[in-house]
Design a protein around this ligand. Structure first.
Ligand SMILES: *[C@@H]1O[C@H](CO)[C@@H](O)[C@H](O)[C@H]1NC(C)=O
Ligand SMILES: *[C@@H]1O[C@H](CO)[C@@H](O)[C@H](O)[C@H]1NC(C)=O
Length: 387
């Protein structure tokens, strides 16, 4: 299992720039079909359980038959899946499987917006063709329910309602799923997700996430919020000082979540926001209002966030010091966009090995050099040449 440490990353990066990454490539599985022609992804290698894993849930030998979601040996991961960030989601799934000790015990729950330009059916087919033996289920998210709750500032009107899907996991996922890891689509794991899964949520803690107590917590809320004692006293009752946490990586106890009606608590703050303007950002502040100061602090290695760079300038960000288990391109820039534009940040080369997107050479028969990988023919198959 690969484990990354900031100290060895410089060496690793210099290698990656020189040699690119060589990984097994194979022909596309048949014709992906009309509806999928805009989505060209290579089939991921098949990842199998190592020794010491619990027996993977039975599917009577048919790897395409869904396993029981209620099987106690499963590691549940929820992610959104949409046309815009599809390439990121596919890379994220790939990274989880590649580094998991027990990939056959991982179960993905994908939330798809009903209004997505690629239909839920097409996105399901795409996941199936890219990861033929993956355990997963696709859920259709009705954005109307949350749209009414999103206050209508310009910024929020532009925001994807799927950002709010993480608030509905307790309702969307089957009742027998009692814990879930929520992951954003712009990240990759470089460590075993089983370690994150085994996080203990102590006492009454409902959510676990890395906390950032040096971040200026005040700025996530408006002056009006802090000036109103009825509102800002919400943090006074907390056991600890409230700190910022990023909602892109969370371990959630769904039993406590459902019992404590946390979806409703978050919605209540969204309703306050509609009349009072207590924060500027969209989906994050209600989570801070409900959980900050009551979060189970997970090691920072599980969310090295901000790699997307500055929100205004989109500049490159370095890693924080310390070990790294998860790299998160939160912020403006996304690694696939910067790599395609040939303006990558150094750390984007750490995302690239998980990318399964096939660049279309449009059937011209010419070779297109994609960072050292030779793509041949009309896109029906390709071979790899590692420099
Ligand atoms: C934190 O942010 C608030 C609001 O933007 C600002 O008034 C305050 O000076 C900041 N505090 C520190 C320690 O930077
Ligand atoms: C692919 O080919 C078609 C027709 O030959 C052309 O219109 C289109 O612009 C090409 N697309 C790319 C990405 O080269």
């Amino acid at each position: 299992m690969l484990r990354f440490h900031a100290a060895v990353l410089a060496f690793f990066l210099s290698l990656s720039v020189l040699f690119s990454f060589c990984h097994g490539t194979r022909p596309l599985p048949g014709d992906a079909g009309e509806g999928l022609s805009i989505f060209r992804y290579a089939e991921a290698p098949e990842y199998r359980n190592g020794v010491g894993c619990p027996a993977p849930p039975p599917n009577n030998g048919d790897r395409r038959r869904p396993v029981s979601i209620c099987d106690a040996s499963l590691v549940h991961i929820a992610m959104t899946l949409d046309s815009e960030y599809l390439r990121g989601s596919i890379a994220a799934v790939h990274s989880v499987l590649k580094h998991a000790s027990c990939p056959e015990n991982v179960f993905f729950h994908f939330i798809v917006a009903r209004s997505d330009p690629a239909s839920p059916r097409v996105l399901t087919q795409l996941v199936r063709s890219t990861f033929p033996s993956l355990n997963f289920k696709v859920y259709v998210f009705r954005e109307e329910s949350v749209k009414a709750l999103i206050s209508s500032s310009i910024r929020e009107a532009l925001e994807n309602p799927l950002n709010y899907a993480r608030n509905y996991l307790g309702d969307i996922l089957d009742a027998c799923v009692d814990r879930v890891i929520y992951l954003d689509s712009d990240l990759v794991l470089v460590d075993d997700v089983g370690k994150l899964w085994s996080t203990t949520l102590g006492g009454s803690r409902v959510v676990g996430a890395p906390e950032y107590c040096h971040a200026n917590f005040t700025k996530y809320f408006t002056d009006g919020f802090w000036a109103d004692p009825m509102l800002s006293r919400v943090f006074a009752a907390r056991r600890r000082r409230p700190c910022y946490f990023n909602t892109g990586v969370m371990v959630i106890d769904l039993v406590k979540w459902r019992e404590g009606k946390y979806r409703r608590r978050i919605e209540n703050w969204m309703e306050v926001q509609k009349s009072k303007r207590i924060y500027e950002l969209g989906s994050l502040p209600p989570f801070l209002l409900v959980f900050a100061g009551n979060v189970e602090g997970i090691d920072h290695r599980w969310n090295q966030h901000g790699l997307g760079g500055d929100n205004v300038k989109g500049s490159c960000r370095p890693l924080h010091p310390g070990p790294v288990s998860l790299l998160h391109w939160s912020g403006k820039g996304k690694p696939w966009a910067r790599l395609d534009a040939r303006k990558p940040c150094k750390l984007d080369f750490l995302w690239e090995p998980y990318d399964l997107f096939l660049h279309n050479n449009n059937g011209s028969g010419e070779d297109i050099r994609v960072r050292g990988r030779r793509v041949m023919g009309g896109g029906a198959s390709y071979s790899s040449s590692c420099l």
